[in-house]
Design a protein around this ligand. Sequence first.
Ligand SMILES: Cc1cc2nc3c(=O)[nH]c(=O)nc-3n(C[C@H](O)[C@H](O)[C@H](O)COP(=O)(O)O)c2cc1C
Length: 226
Amino acid sequence: MHEWIFCLLRQPRYINIMSDTKFDRKPTDKSTGGAPLLACYDDLTASCAYGWSMLERGVKDRKSAFHTPSIATISANGSPTMRTVVLRGCATAEKTLRFHTDTRSSKITELQKNPLAAMHFYDAGAKIQLRLAVRLEMLSGAAFDAAWEATRPMSRECYQVTQSPGSQISDPYEVTFNAALTDDGEAYFVPVAAHVLQMEWLYLAARGHRRALFDFEHDTQSWLVP
Ligand SMILES: Cc1cc2nc3c(=O)[nH]c(=O)nc-3n(C[C@H](O)[C@H](O)[C@H](O)COP(=O)(O)O)c2cc1C
């Protein structure tokens, strides 16, 4: 069978699978309307900078979609597991993000075994997805102190729970909080740095999607087939 006939036969199946996500728009499709094309559309370096600017905004702007990324680690049985966290810090020059958590949580046990993790961000308005390969590090010393000082009383309460997060209880009212026992929560609070090793950029655009890989370890960047 000629290759083009084979392609024609395959195409409807492709559209059926992908049409839910509106990912299958062709470069000529004008149905998206909405947001104007970003200036970084055809510029690798500018796309990378735009990604970092979105991460910076994600820290400051609670309404930004990038404020609450997902982070995936590898669980004890070897399977991936993910959860939402609040993005608390972004040091673009150092290529490092930060989130806060409880030392007793599963993600801490997991990162101690394997510090390599993945973070996922998607801003539906901007139509931009970032997939980050990161190395996690529990912060101590001055970095710990600065993060704890900046933590609001309401956030501190989370760390004042006396039972380990994720432990089984027979009644939800069994959960107890004790500021004195937990040193106001500081005993179980931990800031975690996510050192970004790679950033994969995906920008959905009616004119044609743009996908790129930025490798900060090897200082390389490249466009990818979307
Ligand atoms: C919007 C949102 C924000 C969250 N932010 C955090 C956070 O900053 N740190 C955290 O440890 N858990 C946060 N959580 C809870 C986690 O998603 C998760 O349920 C919890 O940390 C337990 O994860 P683990 O057992 O995998 O460690 C958040 C959940 C939601 C829905």
